[in-house]
Design a protein around this ligand. Sequence first.
Ligand SMILES: NC(=O)c1ccc[n+]([C@@H]2O[C@H](COP(=O)([O-])OP(=O)(O)OC[C@H]3O[C@@H](n4cnc5c(N)ncnc54)[C@H](O)[C@@H]3O)[C@@H](O)[C@H]2O)c1
Length: 354
Amino acid sequence: MDFNRTVLVTGGSGFIGSHLVCSLVHRHPEWKIINLDNLDYCCSPRSLESVENRTNYIFIRGDVCNPRLVNHIFSSENIDIIFHLAAKTHVEASFESPSSFQEVNVEGTRVLLGAAHQARHQPQRFIYISTDEVYGASLREVFDESSPLRPSNPYAATKAAAEYLVRSYWDQYKFPIIITRSNNIYGPRQYTEKVIPRFLTLLQMDKKCTIQGTLPKSRHFLFVSDAINAFLLLLEKGIVGEIYNVGTSCEIPIIQLARELVRMVKKVPESEVNDWLEFVPDRPRVDLRYPIKCEKLQQLGWRAEVSWTEGIRQTVKWYRDNPDFWSDISEDQPPIRREFENATTTVVPISSES
Ligand SMILES: NC(=O)c1ccc[n+]([C@@H]2O[C@H](COP(=O)([O-])OP(=O)(O)OC[C@H]3O[C@@H](n4cnc5c(N)ncnc54)[C@H](O)[C@@H]3O)[C@@H](O)[C@H]2O)c1
């Protein structure tokens, strides 16, 4: 079959990547979608079950930091569009293993950019999925795309460093990049180290939600389908060389989030909700909130469509209906289990992850 566009998604087996890959494969049967992912500990092959037999989907198991593999992909496929999501993403783990974050998030981005820029078939878009965390925290200031970057943890620092690399390819070569900076994204199939699935998993195991520290931390939460719609809109209407915040006004204090999930999962009387919370020590310095404006994206016609009430209802239902999806999770499990395990490459040029 002749495809009229070829899209490379890196990190397409992760939480956001798998939702993006599924949307692209189902919405665009006329496009060829290639997923490059090394299947880090946060992936489940079941996330891509709905596309694995589709003729317009190819999975390549490999490391984005491997120049030989990445150059080979660009020389053997006419890649038109790149969505670069492959990254180490767990903030806590980035304090314990900053070098692995630097390797994947910065070096991986450099390898991918170099290969894309030198490809015989020139890509039309390189979309880099970055984070609001590059701004650092703010109590009052609401960040727009021109605000200074003040990342305050190793994860955010590597995302900011990668952004500078991506922008340098626009500045130097007018290579057609777009950068997105999104709030916290949540929804079905997110790995259990992130806050919403962590609380849900603990409650399902009849354990208390562990709230780190006593400071009034809050996060802005965007439902995953709204984020995917933003990325796909930016592919069609985003201006090259530009940065777009992808944000939501839905700001939820972490303690309120925990209480809401206790009510939904445990269905206990109000007087017993606090019995399901446990306060544990936090890092000495933690970012309290990351408020962002996203008028630039809204001017292109984007609006978040899924309300918090609906998004969290769907998410809670999914974790209730799929209790074994992340079945090997246990509370004592260290956050990093497979450092560099996949440094060697397995190319699987068939529509399957097995
Ligand atoms: N989840 C959020 O709230 C959020 C918000 C803003 C931005 N982002 C960004 O979106 C992207 C995806 O985030 P996510 O939440 O889906 O994370 P995730 O941890 O679920 O997925 C990351 C994916 O990258 C893959 N990967 C890791 N190292 C790799 C390597 N060396 N080679 C190839 N693949 C590799 C993993 O296997 C995994 O599939 C990341 O770049 C992240 O910084 C996430």
